[in-house]
Design a protein around this ligand. Structure first.
Ligand SMILES: N[C@@H](CCC(=O)N[C@@H](CS)C(=O)NCC(=O)O)C(=O)O
Length: 221
């Protein structure tokens, strides 16, 4: 029953699945695709994910793509941890939070900040920066307010919602720490000053066993 996960190092969606795997204490192999060689755009990979995006999971004869679908799939494979909850109330809240993150946090944090900075197309136009900062601030405040009352996004235990959010937040911190994004970095960094509850939550997630194994390989060192 081999679990094979196709990733690109630093992909927040692949990283979320790897965090889920670690929480579920599942053994899995990673196939790290090289985007500079377009290894995720080959016929062999399109056969796994027709959109040519990571992650994709191969489990014997089953193939699943879309990171949140993969998280739901692996949640059923092991009794360790529970990514999507057990009671109706837990299940409803976890899915609500997951959709809140993908609907209202991904664009202001990842699409508008992380991707342009990592792809070297970030412009330091002051009007644009102001708009981006306001939207990112609103997104992070949503999380900050939840963590003022609760250690994780859906209560006292880590769930799929935290696993989906963590790579977005870490990518946001890495991107805004880059010299090309200094104007944004001045607004948001250090996180412990701007969003202390969010920073404390990030430390809790970083302390989980297996966190280091899921960390993007090319970010090390
Ligand atoms: N909704 C998808 C998004 C997957 C996605 O956007 N993957 C990015 C990396 S984070 C990717 O493969 N980008 C490469 C490309 O689009 O060529 C999921 O959750 O799995």
């Amino acid at each position: 029953m081999a679990l094979e996960l196709y990733i690109i190092s630093g992909s927040p969606h692949a990283w979320a699945v790897m965090l889920g795997m670690e929480i579920k204490e599942l053994k899995y192999a990673t196939h790290r695709l090289d985007p500079s060689k377009k290894e995720h755009k080959t016929d062999a990979y399109f056969a796994l994910n027709p959109y040519g995006k990571v992650p994709a999971l191969k489990h014997d004869n089953t193939v699943i793509y879309e990171s949140i679908a993969i998280l739901a799939y692996i949640d059923q494979l092991s009794p360790k941890g529970s990514l999507f909850g057990v009671t109706p109330k837990q299940i409803g809240l976890i899915w609500q939070r997951v959709f809140e993150i993908t609907s209202y946090l991904r664009a202001p944090l990842v699409d508008d900040v992380v991707r342009p900075i990592f792809q070297g197309r970030f412009t330091d136009n002051p009007n644009k920066i102001h708009e981006i900062s306001v939207n990112a601030h609103t997104a992070l405040t949503w999380a900050e307010d939840i963590f003022a009352a609760s250690p994780y996004l859906t209560g006292s235990e880590i769930s799929a919602a935290d696993v989906v959010l963590m790579p977005y937040v870490q990518s946001f911190l890495r991107a805004t720490g880059m010299p090309s994004a200094k104007l944004l970095g001045d607004v948001f960094l250090p996180l412990v000053s701007s969003f202390p509850n969010l920073a404390a939550w990030a430390k809790r997630v970083e302390a989980l066993p297996g966190y280091d194994r899921a960390y993007p390989p090319h970010w090390r060192g």
